[in-house]
Design a protein around this ligand. Structure first.
Ligand SMILES: *[C@@H]1O[C@H](CO)[C@@H](O)[C@H](O)[C@H]1NC(C)=O
Ligand SMILES: *[C@@H]1O[C@H](CO)[C@@H](O)[C@H](O)[C@H]1NC(C)=O
Ligand SMILES: *[C@@H]1O[C@H](CO)[C@@H](O)[C@H](O)[C@H]1NC(C)=O
Ligand SMILES: *[C@@H]1O[C@H](CO)[C@@H](O)[C@H](O)[C@H]1NC(C)=O
Ligand SMILES: *[C@@H]1O[C@H](CO)[C@@H](O)[C@H](O)[C@H]1NC(C)=O
Ligand SMILES: *[C@@H]1O[C@H](CO)[C@@H](O)[C@H](O)[C@H]1NC(C)=O
Length: 174
């Protein structure tokens, strides 16, 4: 797939991941849902398996109308006898970030993915948005092994327009 990579969608998924010595991380599920299909239509949202240990994320969506106001809320849960309360709940203005690169955490992620993204412009966003074959995941922190779920809620003009859920397994040592 010779597609372009979409920074905003990636933010919703990997905002807490940065480069370091790579422990074992495997994405295990991905789901996307639009709540306004006349604004955002998903064509594709799934993982591709490379091997038993490695998957890549592929998302293809069209923004049918331009948006000039995007904010993202990320929530991360750890699965343990059901999901526990959020480990992390974080919102930011994605348009402002793309203008100013003013959020350290988001900036780290931007640096991680900018080489595989051509959607490196500021708002507005319209048209085809894709994430292709994203698999370069490294976790920076001492992070407990386990199964995690990341919810990304995407707001245009303060309205929830779509959500992306990605789950992954993390192991400190293999
Ligand atoms: C995205 O999906 C649409 C509809 O299935 C398809 O026409 C288009 O070629 C896809 N684009 C990319 C870059 O995958
Ligand atoms: C994302 O996860 C939440 C909580 O489990 C669930 O309610 C929602 O339907 C999921 N969304 C998708 C697109 O699977
Ligand atoms: C869905 O998006 C369209 C296009 O931007 C907009 O005109 C419409 O008001 C939205 N519908 C709802 C229910 O928000
Ligand atoms: C893949 O995972 C298995 C355990 O599930 C491990 O034994 C193997 O070394 C891993 N392979 C790679 C290439 O990391
Ligand atoms: C965006 O990425 C393209 C392709 O890598 C590059 O040619 C262009 O200069 C970049 N633009 C900005 C504003 O960084
Ligand atoms: C985004 O849209 C909301 C709702 O219209 C508005 O309250 C907010 O101020 C806008 N944000 C920016 C940065 O313009």
């Amino acid at each position: 797939m010779d597609s372009k990579l979409q920074i905003f969608v990636l933010f919703g998924i990997v905002v807490f991941l940065v480069c370091s010595e790579a422990p074992f991380v495997k994405m295990t599920n991905a789901a996307c849902e639009s709540f306004n299909k006349s604004w955002v239509a998903f064509h594709y949202c799934r993982l591709k398996a490379y091997s038993r240990n490695k998957t890549s994320l592929n998302i293809n969506a069209t923004f049918l109308e331009p948006t000039n106001n995007v904010s993202i809320r990320l929530k991360i849960l750890k699965k343990a006898n059901g999901y526990k309360p959020f480990l992390f709940d974080f919102s930011f203005d994605a348009c402002e970030f793309m203008r100013r690169r003013n959020k350290p955490v988001a900036k780290i992620v931007w640096n991680l993915i900018k080489d595989v993204s051509t959607v490196n412009h500021t708002c507005p966003y319209v048209g085809l948005q894709t994430v292709s074959d994203f698999h370069h995941i490294h976790i920076p922190l001492p992070w407990p092994s386990g199964d995690y779920l990341i919810f990304g809620d995407w707001f245009f003009y303060n309205k929830l327009i779509f959500e992306t859920n990605v789950s992954f397994t993390f192991m400190e040592d293999l």
